[in-house]
Design a protein around this ligand. Structure first.
Ligand SMILES: NC(=O)c1ccc[n+]([C@@H]2O[C@H](COP(=O)([O-])OP(=O)(O)OC[C@H]3O[C@@H](n4cnc5c(N)ncnc54)[C@H](OP(=O)(O)O)[C@@H]3O)[C@@H](O)[C@H]2O)c1
Length: 301
């Protein structure tokens, strides 16, 4: 089986490469914008691919004829999406059209990654069939992309996920666990919202969910997140407890005091029954996830 990954320099992209490159039944074609930023370049093919360029997408898919494409590339900074709507549309919506067209033409199964931000956060945890109602332009862009894929004639999996954490090399952005750990280690007080709830997702779990969907060519929408629904404050307190950091530095605040460009859904998190039953997905608890991150940080030193 040939699997082409987009956005392979990102957090999920790197985890997918690590998990797939030693699978003797899979040829991995890793693609991302610009150079390959992973230090380990063995066991997979790397090509530069900007998915906003339709001609690049067409020629890459025609050249490799993958069985599956896993599309992890996206504009993921929610506030930047609010300010730069055209760029957000180009990457999060139009590119998905290019990938969908190329996948139909070359009979590829597309695994596309979506988000809890398609919901308004009034009724989480959400099931796959719940009604989306995005509050932000990022959420709207991801919902439009889902529609492109689902309304097409394509065999595809939509993998929805929530607040992904983990470590990867040379990352272009941080995540809740690394941010909280770093800020508490520096000793500064940190403001943390206590009125937003999420099911934080270990990047390895998300990669596993994508691989399960890819291997089974699963059709439809699947929730893939961590199994614990927690407030952001509880998430950060768990980080401080795990690494024995000073929890008195954590200052609870309400979302209304933040002046963020994009609105966040208050309560998300996912019901995972479908993915557990149909895909065989086995998520870690948040505590287990922290232990895995800790192990990786130790190995990286
Ligand atoms: N992270 C979360 O908390 C979260 C939550 C819900 C859903 N998701 C979804 O999960 C997916 C993976 O997220 P992630 O955390 O792995 O994101 P990420 O770390 O930001 O990775 C995205 C990667 O895509 C690359 N990219 C950007 N523009 C590109 C283009 N035009 N062509 C090709 N590659 C491009 C980026 O390159 P550079 O590194 O060079 O910028 C980056 O490496 C996304 O679809 C996201 O919407 C994420």
């Amino acid at each position: 089986m040939k699997i082409l990954i987009t956005g392979s320099n990102g957090l999920l992209g790197q985890k997918l490469i690590k998990k797939l490159k030693n699978d003797s039944e899979i040829t991995v074609i890793a693609t991302s914008r610009g150079e390959n930023r992973l230090s380990d370049k063995e066991g997979y093919i790397y090509r530069s691919l900007d998915i906003t360029k339709q001609n690049e997408v067409d020629s890459m898919v025609a050249e490799f004829r993958p069985n599956v494409i896993i599309n992890t590339a996206a504009m993921t900074n929610v506030d930047v999406c609010e300010a730069e709507k055209d760029i957000c549309d180009s990457l999060n919506v139009n590119s998905v059209q290019w990938l969908t067209n190329a996948s139909i033409k070359n009979q590829v199964h597309l695994v596309h990654i979506s988000t809890d931000f398609i919901f308004d956060g009034t009724a989480g945890p959400y099931r796959e069939e719940d009604e989306p109602s995005p509050l932000s332009y990022y959420g709207l862009s991801k919902l439009k992309a889902e529609k492109i894929v689902l309304d097409s004639a394509l065999d595809a999996s939509i993998i929805r996920t929530v607040l992904v954490y983990g470590i990867a090399e040379d990352m272009s952005r941080s995540n809740i666990v690394l941010w909280a750990k770093g800020a508490l280690e520096k000793g500064g007080p940190i403001n943390v919202v206590d009125d937003q709830f999420r099911s934080p997702t270990l990047a390895e779990d998300l990669a596993d969910g994508c691989i399960l969907a890819a291997k089974q060519k699963a059709k439809g929408i699947y929730n893939i997140s961590g199994k614990d629904q927690m407030s952001v404050l509880e998430i950060v307190k768990s980080v401080s407890e795990y690494w024995n950091l000073d929890s008195s530095l954590i200052k609870p605040i309400s979302s209304s005091t933040l002046n963020q460009a994009a609105k966040r859904p208050p309560i998300t998190g996912f019901v995972l029954d479908k993915a557990i039953r149909d895909l065989g997905y086995q998520p870690h608890s948040f505590k287990e996830g922290l232990a895995i991150v800790d192990q990786q940080l130790t190995e990286a030193v």
